[in-house]
Design a protein around this ligand. Structure first.
Ligand code: SF4
Length: 462
């Protein structure tokens, strides 16, 4: 049976579909499955009419698809809907309805509406006043589906031929692996690639990747001298040629004013579908945890941390404890993404009495990510500038593998969501809290070590 999921996998990549059909398990994929389930659970409130079916499976020949909402209209036509945990409808959200729409048309069923069901980005309210009409918006996408369904029969024929082959299709990793989101088979596929595959060039667009393949370039060394590369890609190319870290002379100026002495800060958040507190919006990241390492000028390193308790609104406690730890200092606060600054800005909006100190704190943030992205490349980055990748490569001995239960941001978000929902046994709460403290502490320790490594690299490059 060709399911909707298999069909959509084939739209991204033939190899992905072939592996899925054989039951090969991908690594966990980014994307908020938990949020999708929360949204699906709210659909009966949004569509209370008698006769509406949720999670209905429809089929035609060897093709089957799920409809999150399926409503016979009484005149022989049906209304269908696909839930998407997003606040804006993008092309791949429409794809969720291609196969259900095509199946109904094949069966001669008239489609009264085919709606993407998504979250209203402007909905603000607490959980006690759920207004499903206002929370869940819908967009009828029949005109797009009419156009897209022209290709379905041909795609299905290609997919059947692909799946009947005992050999996997030869598809090298390329930017398509990350669109619309990173494929769960990416670690498997990329480890089979040469270390200097062009797929590892940072921020290579699909068009540029295709152009390089047409020129016969498989490895970074094959790239013709006159092929246009961005400064970041050119740096990556030089790093692969020398086999060593490549550092621009401007790194020192990018690090100017970053200390030490300095503070190193990281937040963890969760973003539920149903706004949990008054004034919050669907999927808005709610900060629940911070970790802070402090490096003094004499080399003394100390650690401070906060993790909200209970199910009440954590934002005031989070902000007050953060200001108590950082507010009176004037040192730089090092972070590794724009997210921390955006969250402090959001806190300043939500807590007007703390606006001035929070804005003053935010003005001290120094984001190390642009400094790395624009000035440093090591062949083992493999095109990624994520903290875990960069710090693991540049700081020997640093790893997250030994941590209990929580080893990445997605795991932290899941653990925080479980704690926020409540109802856990006390020993589970203790275990999750300990795991979260250990995880977030490792992130800021990594930031300390990365900053140290970057300062050494900038001195060597001077
Ligand atoms: S990682 Fe890329 S090449 Fe491999 S299966 Fe996924 S999309 Fe295809």
């Amino acid at each position: 049976v060709i399911s909707s999921g298999l069909y959509r996998a084939s739209v991204q990549c033939a190899l992905r579909a072939w592996l899925r059909a054989r039951g090969t398990e991908p690594a966990a994929e980014p994307g908020n499955l938990d949020a999708l389930e929360q949204l699906r659970a709210l659909l009966p409130l949004r569509f209370p009419a008698v006769g509406v079916r949720f999670g209905e499976r429809i089929g035609h020949a060897d093709v089957e698809a799920r409809c999150d909402v399926y409503q016979p209209c009484g005149d022989g036509s049906v209304r269908i809907g696909a839930a998407r945990a997003t606040t804006q409808v993008r092309a791949h959200d429409v794809d969720a309805l291609v196969l259900p729409y095509w199946i109904l048309r094949q069966r001669g069923v008239s489609v009264a509406s085919a709606e993407v069901l998504y979250l209203n980005p402007d909905y603000a309210g607490g959980p006690d006043l759920v207004d499903p009409e206002a929370l869940i918006l819908s967009r009828d996408v029949r005109s797009e589906l009419e156009f897209l369904s022209d290709d379905v029969a041909g795609e299905l024929d290609r997919l059947r031929a692909l799946l009947s082959s005992p050999e996997p299709p030869d598809v090298p990793p390329s930017p398509h692996c990350h669109r619309p989101r990173t494929c769960g088979f990416f670690p498997r596929c990329s480890e089979r690639e040469p270390r200097d595959s062009i797929a590892h060039l940072p921020a290579l667009t699909p068009a540029r990747h295709a152009a390089l393949r047409q020129l016969g370039a498989v490895r970074i060394d094959d790239i013709p001298a006159d092929f246009p590369l961005t400064p970041r890609q050119a740096r990556a190319q030089r790093a692969h040629r020398t086999g060593a870290v490549e550092v621009s002379p401007e790194l020192a100026s990018a690090l100017r004013g970053s200390g030490p002495p300095a503070d190193y800060l990281d937040f963890e958040t969760f973003g539920p579908v149903l706004p949990p507190f008054a004034g919050t919006r669907p999927l808005q990241p709610i900060p629940l945890q911070w970790s802070l390492h402090r490096l003094e000028s004499d080399g003394t390193l100390s650690h401070h941390a906060f993790l909200a308790e209970g199910s009440g609104d954590p934002r005031r406690g989070f902000a007050e404890r953060l200001l108590a730890a950082l507010g009176r200092r004037e040192l730089p606060v090092l972070v590794y993404s724009p997210a921390e600054g955006e969250l402090v800005q959001e806190l300043a909006r939500a807590l007007p009495d703390l606006r001035a100190p929070l804005e003053a704190l935010r003005s001290r943030f120094v984001d190390l990510l642009p400094a790395v992205r624009e000035h440093v490349y090591h062949p083992d980055f493999q095109g990624s500038f994520r903290l875990k990748r960069v710090a693991s490569v540049l700081c020997s001995g640093l790893s997250w593998d030994d941590l209990p239960r929580v080893r990445d941001g997605a795991g932290a978000a899941r653990a925080l969501a479980r704690l926020a929902r409540g109802g856990l046994a006390s020993h589970t709460v203790s275990e999750l809290r300990a795991a979260l403290f250990a995880y977030c502490e490792r992130d800021t320790l990594a930031l300390v070590e990365l900053h140290r490594a970057l300062r050494e690299l900038s001195r060597a490059a001077d």
